[in-house]
Design a protein around this ligand. Structure first.
Ligand SMILES: Nc1ncnc2c1ncn2[C@@H]1O[C@H](COP(=O)(O)OP(=O)(O)O)[C@@H](O)[C@H]1O
Ligand SMILES: Nc1ccn([C@@H]2O[C@H](COP(=O)(O)OP(=O)(O)O)[C@@H](O)[C@H]2O)c(=O)n1
Length: 225
């Protein structure tokens, strides 16, 4: 069977990670969480005393950490300079700082290059599902299938606060909206739907329904190829 490259973009809490992992596992594809890479470089900046609000300082340090992503959808991994970063990259501190770091062009250039080399390697096999904010528009504009997931801010906040074990839904909603606004308004490759992406509103769909919808779209693409 032909290899397939799938790009899944959208704001926080729309179901990108859960959907991408499940679709990749079901279809025997690799999986890449690009948000985890931006979180990893942010974590490195914090632990190395770089002021994340100083774009020049972030830019000059952008080339320093070595970030390695494992692409098995049933066991995604991420290391920074050989250290497992999968726990520390999910802290509130990293979440609140990642938009500032990921807006720096030197950071995006570095991480985009890494993402393209991972996708290229996976393209030699079965293919890959890559999820993020700018995959369809910038990282892999030639992807075979582009999906843009959306959901109401209320649904997204409820999903996220559920994960954070009862965190205040209102505060979660505000933080989420703030991060989306920062991600959508930055100059370099903002969060955006590619013109040729299929938009799926997940507000009233179960995760299972979203997974089935994307699996069907991938199978249709493969059949048409
Ligand atoms: N369609 C859905 N309905 C209900 N919950 C969902 C749905 N999609 C995802 N979730 C849940 O919402 C949370 C956030 O999903 P996630 O895949 O991490 O989103 P994203 O990667 O877009 O931020 C997870 O706990 C996930 O299980
Ligand atoms: N392709 C991407 C993916 C993530 N990001 C940045 O990384 C942050 C974290 O992404 P994520 O996918 O882990 O976020 P969640 O929605 O899962 O919390 C985003 O808020 C963006 O600032 C990006 O700029 N480009």
């Amino acid at each position: 069977m032909e290899s397939v490259i799938v790009a899944i973009d959208g704001p926080s809490g729309t179901g990108k990670s859960s959907t991408s992992k499940a679709v990749a596992a079901k279809l025997g594809l690799s999986y890449l969480d690009t948000g985890a890479q931006y979180r990893a470089i942010t974590w490195w900046m914090i632990t190395n005393g770089v002021d994340v609000d100083d774009a020049d300082a972030v830019a000059s340090a952008a080339g320093k950490p070595t970030i390695v992503s494992g692409t098995d959808p049933s066991h995604p991994t991420i290391t920074v300079d050989g250290v497992d970063a999968s726990g520390p990259i999910r802290t509130q501190d990293v979440t609140s700082k990642v938009s500032a770091v990921s807006a720096v062009p030197e950071v995006r250039e570095r991480i985009t290059e890494l993402q393209r080399s991972i996708a290229e390697a996976a393209g030699a096999g079965q293919g890959i599902v890559v999820e993020g904010r700018d995959i369809g528009t910038t990282v892999l504009p030639g992807a075979d299938l582009k999906i843009f997931l959306t959901a109401s801010p209320e649904a997204r906040a409820a999903r996220r606060s559920g994960e954070l074990r009862g965190a205040d839904v209102h505060a979660t909603r505000e933080a989420l909206i703030k991060r989306d606004a920062a991600d959508s308004s930055r100059k370099t490759s903002p969060l955006a739907k590619a013109d040729d992406a299929v938009e799926v509103d997940t507000t009233d769909l179960t995760l299972q329904q979203v997974i089935e919808c994307v699996v069907t779209l991938v199978e249709e693409k493969r059949a048409a190829a």
